[in-house]
Design a protein around this ligand. Structure first.
Ligand code: ACO
Length: 419
């Protein structure tokens, strides 16, 4: 086993290293503070591994994303969201019997407890659905008294998957002044989302297969993404042994920020603003480079991907197909492509490895499908659900200490109280 050496104030310290299955090297500094009284300083955690995980592998330099060893391109093009959810959560692709049982479990838990459905109807119709989603998942321990029981974990996983879809669609129906649409076991997960949004409690709505297949792809590309802001939040909360529902509520809240999952809504709003302002791409690219302007090119850049985001590549292709298949002509697609073209040639963006991320094209597809803009991040949350669940389960199985980073204090030293 190789070791890493650190010299501090004339003293040498040695730390064990370990290697992951894809050759990534970690330096185990657990003994650093006890032995040297010093800590590492890594704001934004860009160089800090918080756990070992067997769920998702990302190589940001090469643009690789794999779940449980399977390439995202294969999963997006050849699989279903239910199958990928099972894979991410349980570690292996399901047999046909396991998949049927999994889908039946989602269907079984697709009906919300009456108290939750009732609360959904009490929100203002103008409420942001991300606020409604996190409020309702936060309320689940109030209605399930087995929320923390060890032997209810499997049931709570299925409740989570079934309920988030129902919370999102029931709230949308509430905003339209319409009754909730019951889950239809003849439809898959994306089909039920579309039926719940655009169908009617009386039936008579046929899910468009192009929309259904596009949504399947969109949900799959969001299924997991290792230790991002929201997943780390789920693990952080779960490390204190909070319930699955409570930990995931924190993940939903973290996802909402415009630098994270909220970027899909922010991209569309940005494209709309640029268009309203005359569609001058060059002007906005200059603003994005000027730190004083306060403007960032939303949907661009990523902490880990420094070549391309493979999810964005999948969605860029899907975007062209979906718009063509649905016969939708969207001028924002041309604007988005123009911004991308300029950025890929511009020294500022090239030097900083800023490429379109998953959120750059997803919003254009959602919009072509008729999904309201403030539901975009909710769809990200629904897609990310298997990842959050898998990380919560993995952390629980691995055991480990409560997450508790340290700090370097920079405030006032001791002073006498004035009275
Ligand atoms: N537009 C303009 N400049 C940018 C952008 C952008 N979108 N993103 C990064 N930069 C610049 C920074 O100003 C910085 O420049 P500097 O070196 O001259 O100071 C450099 O690129 C590095 O950027 P950081 O902010 O340090 O990168 P970080 O890894 O911390 O942030 C993030 C990544 C948050 C994604 C950032 O690129 C960003 O704000 N992008 C826009 C929001 C977005 O699309 N978020 C979705 C991310 S994907 C996801 O969460 C699903």
């Amino acid at each position: 086993m190789s070791t890493a050496k650190l010299s501090l104030n004339g003293q040498d310290y040695e730390f064990p290293t370990f290697t992951g299955s894809e050759g990534e090297v970690g330096i185990d500094i657990a003994k650093l503070r006890p032995e040297s009284k010093a800590i590492t300083f890594d704001p934004g955690y860009g160089n800090t591994g918080s756990c070992k995980s067997a769920i998702t592998f990302i190589n940001g330099e090469k643009g690789i994303l794999r779940h449980r060893g399977y390439a995202i391109e294969d999963l997006a093009n050849k699989s279903t969201f239910s199958e990928v959810s099972y894979l991410v959560i349980h570690g292996e692709l399901p047999t046909p019997e396991q998949l049927s049982a999994f889908e039946a479990g989602i269907a079984e838990h697709s009906t919300l407890p009456a108290a939750i459905s009732d609360m959904i109807t009490r929100f203002p119709k103008t409420a942001h659905p991300m606020s409604v989603l996190s409020s309702m998942t936060a309320a689940l321990p109030a209605v399930y008294d087995d929320y923390i029981n060890e032997d209810s974990v499997d049931t709570n996983v299925m409740r989570m998957l079934g309920h988030v879809l129902a919370i999102a669609t029931e709230f949308h129906k509430h905003t339209e002044g319409e009754a909730a649409v019951p889950f239809d076991s003849n439809l898959d997960y994306p089909g039920n989302f579309l039926n719940g949004m655009f169908g009617s409690a009386d039936g008579g709505y046929t899910v468009n297969p192009i929309r259904q297949s596009a949504l399947n792809k969109l949900l799959i590309v969001h299924a997991d993404h290792e230790q991002n802001c929201s997943t780390s939040t789920v693990r952080m909360i779960g490390s204190g042994h909070a319930s699955l529902f409570t930990s995931i509520t924190g993940g939903i809240s973290a996802l909402w920020g415009p630098l994270h999952g909220g970027a899909n809504q922010a991209v569309i709003e940005m494209l709309h603003d640029i268009q309203e302002d005359g569609g001058d791409s060059e002007k906005y690219m200059e603003m994005a480079k000027d730190k004083e302007s306060g403007f960032r090119l939303m949907g661009f850049g990523h902490r880990v991907y420094k070549n391309f985001d493979p999810r964005a590549t999948i969605l860029k292709e899907a975007c062209d197909e979906v718009l063509e298949d649905l016969g939708v002509s969207d001028p924002t697609l041309a604007l988005a492509k123009n911004l991308e073209r300029i950025a890929l040639e511009d020294e500022y963006f090239v030097k900083r490895n800023l490429y379109p991320n998953v959120d750059f094209y997803s919003g254009i597809i959602y919009r072509a499908m008729g999904i309201p803009v403030d539901m975009f991040t909710v769809l990200f949350a629904i897609g990310r659900m298997p990842g959050w669940i898998a990380h919560w389960l993995e952390m629980r199985e691995d055991g480990g200490r409560i997450h508790r980073p340290r700090q370097i204090y920079t405030g006032a030293t001791h002073r006498e109280f004035p009275r």
